[in-house]
Design a protein around this ligand. Structure first.
Ligand SMILES: C[S@@+](CC[C@H](N)C(=O)[O-])C[C@H]1O[C@@H](n2cnc3c(N)ncnc32)[C@H](O)[C@@H]1O
Length: 211
């Protein structure tokens, strides 16, 4: 999968300048209706389902875990071989390399689902949702666009709510507890989420709008 298919979906290294000069239009074969990114897609079941649901959107995924990238490629290979639209571009590395390369206000939204919790206090700043990275997400998401986060780790949920809702560029859409306890009807559960649900963990679904 990695040898045969990954090259067709990889974002070219020379486009990852980390200088906010990458127009997502330039890495897809034709202009797309919207552009979305999923950071840390794990085995990729969420991004591949969305790709099939919205074949006219451009989907950008980043995941350093090589087995996850291979699993996603295996999932989409029948679509690709059948000539179905596979509007997906991948990076097998740190998502911030893409985020720092994308031009301002070019993404319609970002998903970060069940990010690593880094539970030790002294490691909290390694969390992907942190003040510095939020500045970068604020730069690349269009006004009215979405930052969608989820977790079942209470301390991480508190952290993400605190940092994102106090960031001047983002507004939390939740009005009642029900809004963060229940996913929207069309939500696609990730592998991690399904595993946790078996142990009865409460998921938090956090939807923020780019002001
Ligand atoms: C707990 S797993 C969740 C995977 C998936 N989102 C899910 O819900 O099943 C967190 C994932 O984030 C990935 N990750 C960690 N740091 C990352 C980074 N800087 N850029 C992209 N992915 C990252 C990890 O490799 C891991 O697969």
């Amino acid at each position: 999968m990695l040898e045969a298919l990954l090259p067709s979906f990889s974002i070219p290294e020379n486009r990852l300048t980390e200088k906010h000069d990458l127009n997502p239009e330039d890495i897809f074969s034709a202009p797309c209706a919207q552009y979305w990114m999923e950071i840390g897609f794990g085995s990729g079941e969420h991004i591949s389902s969305l790709m099939r649901r919205h074949p006219d959107y451009g989907w950008i995924g980043a995941e350093p875990f090589i087995n996850g990238v291979a699993a996603l490629l295996k999932d989409i290979s029948p679509d690709f071989e059948a000539g179905q639209p596979c509007n997906l571009r991948l990076l097998n590395d740190d998502a911030m390399r893409i985020a720092l390369s994308l031009q301002e206000k070019t993404l319609d939204g970002i998903y970060i689902l069940n990010p690593d919790p880094w539970p030790k206090k002294r490691h909290n700043n390694r969390r992907i949702v942190n003040p510095l990275n939020l500045d970068v997400f604020a730069k690349i998401i269009k006004s009215g666009g979405a930052l969608i986060l989820s977790t079942d780790v209470p301390d991480l949920a508190d952290w993400m709510i605190m940092h994102t809702s106090t960031h001047p560029a983002f507004e939390w859409t939740a009005k009642t507890a029900q809004d963060w306890r229940t996913p929207p009807p069309d939500w696609i559960p990730t592998r991690y989420e399904v595993k946790k649900a078996r142990h009865g963990e409460q998921m938090c679904y956090l939807f923020f709008v780019r002001k």
